[in-house]
Design a protein around this ligand. Structure first.
Ligand code: HEC
Length: 160
């Protein structure tokens, strides 16, 4: 084989490997692991433990919202800030990398937006934001909960 032929083969091999890497990155970052849900929503397919983690985090959203509302009803803005911060972006780091790869990009974006919105509520509440302002921000956050639930559901890979 000539040197030129050999380098063409090397280049072709590198090109194929790069394509494989790009395809894997696309699947991991953008597509995730999904199937069509029975009710027409997109079902994210997770291991049973991962599904349990996600649902636990969801229930923490509700519990956290209860604390925020309770503080709001007393005009306790430091309380609003504290409860909101607990639901902020710092929480998102709890998600294992393998599970991240199964979440579609749009899902991850909506999830991060939701966490970040709670951080924004905390920041404004600390900066003398009014309860009315916090309520409007809460309405925006709840809209994000609604939007994601309208699009996605979660199923576990064992079919339960
Ligand atoms: C990025 C997407 C996304 C966002 C944002 C989101 N959820 Fe969820 N949530 C889900 C999915 C998916 C499920 C599973 C639903 C299913 O399988 O039918 C779920 C389930 C739940 C459940 C059921 C938990 C259980 O134990 O069964 C609650 C409660 C919940 N979410 C509350 C919230 C609240 C409150 C918010 C907003 C603060 C929120 N979620 C934001 C995706 C999201």
């Amino acid at each position: 084989m000539t040197g030129a032929a050999r380098s063409r083969i090397y280049l072709a091999t590198i090109a194929v490997l790069l394509l494989v890497i790009a395809a894997m990155a696309y699947k991991f970052i953008v597509v995730g692991s999904t199937q069509r849900g029975e009710d027409g929503r997109v079902a994210v397919v997770l291991e049973p433990g991962e599904r349990a983690l996600m649902l636990r985090e969801m229930r923490e959203f509700v519990a956290g919202l209860q604390l925020v509302e309770d503080a709001l009803s007393r005009d306790d803005m430091p309380g609003v800030a504290k409860a909101s911060r607990k639901l902020g972006a710092a929480r998102a780091h709890d998600v294992p990398v393998a599970m991240m790869g199964k979440l579609p990009l749009e899902f991850k974006t909506m999830a991060f937006d939701t966490h970040r919105a709670f951080d924004a509520i905390a920041v404004d509440a600390e900066a003398n934001g009014t309860p009315k302002h916090a309520l409007a921000q809460l309405a925006d956050v709840l809209q994000k909960c609604v939007a994601c639930h309208a699009t996605y559901q979660v199923t576990s890979s064992t079919g339960h």
